[in-house]
Design a protein around this ligand. Sequence first.
Ligand code: AMP
Ligand code: MN
Ligand code: MN
Ligand code: MN
Length: 278
Amino acid sequence: MLNVDLHCHSTVSDGSLSPAAVAARAKAGGVDVWALTDHDEIGGIPQAREAALALGLRYVTGVEISVTWARHTIHIVGLNFDEKNEDLIKGLQSTRSGRERRAHEMAEQLAAVGVPDAFEGALKYVGNPDLISRTHFARHIVETGICRDIQDVFSRFLIEGKPGYVPHRWATLQDAVKWIRGAGGIAVVAHPGRYDLTDMERDVFLAEFKRAGGTGVEVVTGSHTVEEFGIYTRVARAHGLLASRGSDFHAPGESQTELGSLPPLPPSLTPVWHDWRI
Ligand code: AMP
Ligand code: MN
Ligand code: MN
Ligand code: MN
């Protein structure tokens, strides 16, 4: 059976390894088919592809788009698209455009609760000036000793309702799916278990996602518990969605899930890659 890992990050967004180093880590983890899915950014694709092909990995283009849906932030993974597509490139650029201002606001709020100079601190971890993320703030705040680990930073400062959290309007669901589909790719809901949605809201969301042209959902992801593998297997089947698998790897020592290490998709599901020529 193919080891397929279709979700992970590099220094082009909030990962700590270069695209080529993530490819090498995927290879070492036994991955056969690999996609790099940086947040709102496809600039890592040329390096990722070149490294993957040199290692004998089968490579698929990928991205993870931040979406605002009914006041929730939802992530939509795009796979197997043409990265030269103009509308996709422009759409991702507009999605990224508010991040620097947001980061300054986060830093102001953090300063007010005793975390000084967080903008400059976060910048030390940023590989792509266009993509300052909460993860970079978290790494800096761990370094200061104020928090013991990344999880601790998020729960004390960076999630909704906490003093460093700045609400943000990302892409619409319809636009994100349209950009991916328009570039010939497929749209997949990332880690559905991570959103604060009731079962009914989730069903409304998935129906709207399908109407927009979305076709897949992550079932086996590093962001799900084993119990959630079962829950989202049933959800995928009930909604007639294809299933995806990916570690959501970000950084050695930080990510709990290593590239290529997850269990396979349950055989009752149709994988997103069922009709790819891979
Ligand atoms: P941003 O796009 O700047 O809002 O940052 C989102 C990223 O922060 C996610 O992709 C994760 O890498 C990370 N993240 C979000 N929530 C948590 C959490 N509770 N614990 C650890 N990392 C998180
Ligand atoms: Mn991330
Ligand atoms: Mn995500
Ligand atoms: Mn991710």
